[in-house]
Ligand binder design. Sequence first.
Ligand code: B4P
Length: 191
Amino acid sequence: MFNLILFGPPGSGKGTQSEKLIIKYGLKHLSTGDLLRSEIAQQTALGIEAKKIMDKGQLVPDEVVIGMISSALDDNPMAKGFLFDGFPRTAAQAEALDKLLELKKTGIKVMLALEVTEEELVRRLLKRGETSDRSDDTNENVIRERIAVYHSKTSAVAHYYAKFNKVVMVKGEGSVDEIFSRLSIEIDSRM
Ligand code: B4P
């Protein structure tokens, strides 16, 4: 199995690049943001609670997202590999993911971390907020809070995988195709 984490701050292009990478490499895409938005759209109890948290730019509790990922792994026993997008976002999520993968006798091959300046992140997300129905993209204060949460909680995930020499930094600015090609080079060299 080839399991990959696409990492980076909100707006760094994880969702955008994931869509292209899963087609090229035949991986199963697991985005906790998408899974949560699907719960919101279906107005489940989990979705209603998650929306309140996401609209403030905060992280949904670890146990909720770990449970979602655990079910998604069980639901896809034939996958040739997983692309994790937006997960793990805390050190506790990273440890839980390693344990879940260990049970399946597999692990994370590499974490590709997209680097983008804060001003570019804010610009991209506000632009998406003009046309998408994502309420967390319309308010600049919420966007800056998401970036602050990334620095205070999520960057620890990169330190966690760096201990195992699994982190590769990739420049996340330029055209979507340029970034896709940088990511593909890193994946091809490890497949
Ligand atoms: P996510 O859905 O993961 O969304 P995101 O971090 O905002 O980034 P996304 O992947 O959507 O954006 P992308 O960079 O592709 O999280 C949303 C919320 O869900 C979180 O704040 C949190 O509350 C909750 N959540 C999710 N996972 C969680 C977890 N594990 N634990 C706890 N809570 C969790 O793209 C952004 C924009 O940039 C797009 O409009 C795109 O078109 C544009 N863009 C992309 N590449 C570009 C480029 N090269 N040039 C110009 N624009 C570009």
